[in-house]
Design a binder for this molecule. Sequence first.
Ligand code: NAD
Ligand code: UDX
Length: 444
Amino acid sequence: MKITVIGSGYVGLVTGTCLAEYGNDVVCLDVDANKIRILQEGGVPIFEPGLEEMIKRNVSAGRLRFTTDIKESVEHGTIQFIAVGTPPDEDGSADLKYVVAAARSIGRYMHGYKVIVDKSTVPVGTGDKVRAAISDELAQRGEQTSFAIVSNPEFLKEGAAIEDFMRPDRIVIGTDDDTAKDLMNSLYAPFVRNHDRILFMDVRSAEMTKYAANAMLATRISFMNELANLSEVMGADIELVRKGIGSDPRIGYHFLYPGVGYGGSCFPKDVQALQRTANEHGISLKVLDAVEKANQAQKSVLVDKIVKRFGNDLKGKHFALWGLAFKPNTDDMRDAPSRVIIEYLLSHGATVAAHDPVAIHEAQRVMPDWQGLSYADSPMAVLPDADALVIVTEWKAFRSPDFADVKTQLKNPLIFDGRNLYDPKKMEIAGFEYYPIGRQQVTR
Ligand code: NAD
Ligand code: UDX
């Protein structure tokens, strides 16, 4: 099938590449000329495991190409995916200007029947706005072409995006157009062994499903974070509690890990956008309001422990920090909890030496010229002279360090662990002061 993907970011690039992998003829468009230049020269503008090889393979096979030429790309695909960003507006609602601009581009250049598939995360009712924008452009040209609107929200996780896209739990397709339904069914057939995994519904329900999923997952995480904070005070161990409740199939093991609060480009903005949608309709989502509040507080959980240990004046203190990206296996720094933690430490007089396996360049971009913040390209290189090590992201490379070496390098054998990477008992035996989340604190 001939496919166009508008927006070549995390979602667009993964979508286009995975569709090419199963033999489709894909053109990925972006307005960011620099991004397209990198892709045309064989590079990949983001870090996502497995993506680079898959892009190379499909480009060589002639099934995948990249362009900034809107007219050419709109003319190419029978199916036009919109995968542009939907960042938060000042009031937290989803800003649809990129989605509407993409829809207008399609309307401006399309000839003949097209299926317009919205893959961006958009509020309920956006399908109607996309339809109106395209119809308006067609009317201006006096063109009478029929088209279908489909909502096909994306559920991939960064860091596991290829795996998630190639082996989805489910594919949600919202449309009222039978031809579009058949085309989408054939397009996704290779991705699902069991066709029950393709869920057809109306556009509005599909749009709502995406927000419902992210809000539900964010709720689980915030609730676990609150249970962790309580466990810690009560002398219970949240890691044991997590296993104890996860073994109930009604609860399940996934997304029960306490930490430094959820971040990234999706949960924070999608929770807010859903709250805004509800408010606009006179409804208050009380549970979600609490989820967001709890998450804001959780981003300070490590800082609170640091202040408790060192006092509020951190002048002259130096911290080593492991993990900048909002989660492992990505270089994405959008809403990363590390930013809040670093900002606090620096603004209270401390200095920070940070390491992340892949996100340093992105950190430098989003935190330019932050006085007192330095980087090193290995975990051990940030340790010398540090008063403590602060762990923010659970990269595999941080899971089993040489603790004797860590102890020698640090000024104090002291670790604040926002991801519960180590066993408190073993840390005590190894001679560390150790402050995990929701577990036994090994104090002085
Ligand atoms: P992104 O910022 O990485 O990429 C968006 C791209 O769209 C950018 O490269 C931008 O230049 C391009 N763009 C903007 N306007 C354009 C236009 N008119 N024509 C062509 N290109 C245009 O964003 P992302 O992380 O890929 O997210 C895209 C959407 O998918 C968002 O709605 C997001 O909420 C949703 N989503 C993201 C994830 C994720 O893990 N990142 C997962 C599921 C859903
Ligand atoms: C999320 C959704 O999982 C995905 O389905 C959707 O398409 C996009 O948004 P992503 O943001 O890439 O994916 O990462 P995810 O693995 O969900 O993690 C989001 C945040 O929650 C991270 O900051 C992570 O550290 C945190 N998290 C996740 C926890 O704190 N505990 C957990 O148990 C899981």
